[in-house]
Design a protein around this ligand. Structure first.
Ligand SMILES: Cc1ncc(COP(=O)(O)O)c(C=O)c1O
Length: 410
């Protein structure tokens, strides 16, 4: 019998380790394997090869974990997903960082008021914009004469446009696509009182977030690799032009790009001063299937078996920890331990219970637990108050999630 990393005995050992360490706890519960987290952080640093990594906090959603990662040289600053979150992470009791870039435009008036009225917050938080409309909105909340200057970053569209723009490959974010678009918006920002233009961000989701070697789908992998290499070349040239054009208008502190799936290719571009990454730390299911890295799954959640509807079937409580994005089975959590469990297509991952079938049901009965991996990284934290931190074979801490700290940022 083989005993390689995926052999039955290795799988059993990984399951036993989780079961034994958490035996005194009642599921539902989530575990963060600190050994895997640290190894994943080191691997991101290796791939970044000296380019600083800004941590995408949406993919972490725990202040304690953010602090642990940011303590490693090479990680610097947070890419937050809401302004309220950025204010919390940079202020309050024990700031996590003094440098938070909000990765998306903010129209939260209360948070904008708080930012504009607090000089130290305004020095630590950078707003994202892609249109003068967002500047107008800020001015309407607090006029420029009555606030400290606010730091602004331009969000530049990194998608691939082909066939004269009729085909769009990538996500729908900013309307600012060309160097001319970016320079025009940069001139608008610098001409307006109460704003400081400090950065440019261009996130290439079609490269950073699409696996280029999906398991069992070689043709899809080939097509994705072709698209990514074409898009990567187009973007590198355009990003250099955009950055040169904006730098001619304002001195920039940073140019951010990339994500977990593209760290090693994005950092090569001279125009880029920092990369963003988050998902690679927890390494959820949607981040399996990349050629440039093989991260170790670091987060798992357990739900209990509550009944056995028929031989070869078990039903677990809950289990519907479904990820955001285009609806599909790839958004459902993956039953991982014991091996050999499958969902029933007719029921999927349920709100209050999830039936499972397959050889893995043998030996499972009420009170046993099934371990899942979430499809995405940070969203697992929306289901639990703490991540139980596993060091070696023992739990060493209960790390509060945002939810555990009574924070919900959408
Ligand atoms: C602006 C931006 N940068 C980077 C990322 C990459 O984050 P991750 O490494 O968690 O995939 C994302 C993810 O959605 C993003 O929206």
């Amino acid at each position: 019998m083989t005993s390689g990393p995926s052999s039955p005995s290795a799988t059993d050992a990984r399951r036993d380790r989780l079961d034994r360490a958490t035996a005194h706890l009642d599921p539902p519960l989530a575990v963060l394997d600190l050994d895997a987290l640290d190894a994943n952080a080191d691997d991101l640093l290796r791939r970044a090869a000296g380019t600083p990594i800004r941590v995408a906090s949406k993919s972490v959603r725990s202040r304690a974990v953010l602090r642990r990662v940011l303590a490693r040289p090479g990680f610097a600053g947070v890419l937050a997903y809401s302004l309220a979150e950025a204010l919390w992470l940079t202020g309050g009791d024990g700031p996590v960082t003094d440098d938070a870039v909000v990765g998306y435009p903010s129209v939260d008036r209360a948070a904008l008021r708080a930012l504009a009225g607090d000089e130290s917050a305004a020095a630590r938080v950078t707003l994202m914009i892609d249109s003068p409309e967002q500047l107008d909105l800020v001015d309407a909340v607090v006029p420029p004469g009555r606030r400290t200057a606010l730091r602004v970053c331009l969000d530049v569209d990194a998608s691939l446009r082909v066939a004269g723009g009729r085909v769009h490959v990538g996500v729908r974010r900013s309307p600012v696509h060309s160097a001319a678009d970016a320079a025009a918006l940069a001139r608008t920002v610098v001409a307006r009182p109460g704003f400081d233009l400090v950065g440019v961000m261009a996130y290439e989701a079609q490269i950073a977030g699409v696996p280029d070697a999906p398991a069992g789908r070689p043709l899809r992998g080939l097509a994705v690799r072709r698209m990514q290499s074409f898009s990567g070349r187009e973007l590198a040239a355009r990003r250099a032009e955009v950055v040169a054009a904006v730098r001619a208008v304002a001195p920039l502190e940073f140019v951010n790009g990339g994500g977990t799936g593209s760290v090693d290719r994005t950092r090569v571009e001279e125009a880029v001063t920092e990369v963003a990454a988050g998902s690679g730390l927890y390494s959820p299911v949607l981040f399996d299937g990349y050629r440039s890295f093989a991260a170790r799954p670091a987060t798992f959640f357990a739900v209990p078996v509550t009944r056995v509807p028929a031989p070869g079937l078990v039903t677990v409580a809950g289990g519907g920890w479904v990820a955001s994005g285009p609806p599909g089975v790839d958004r459902l959590p993956e039953p991982t331990y014991p091996a050999g469990l499958r969902r029933l297509p007719a029921e999927g991952a349920g709100e209050v219970q999830t039936p499972l079938r397959g050889p893995g049901t043998a030996g499972l009965g009420a009170g046993d637990r099934v371990w899942f991996r979430h499809a995405k990284a940070g969203e697992v934290c929306e289901h639990v108050d703490v991540l139980h931190a596993l060091d070696g074979d023992v739990l060493v801490a209960a790390l509060p999630t945002y939810r555990g700290e009574r924070k919900a940022f959408g």
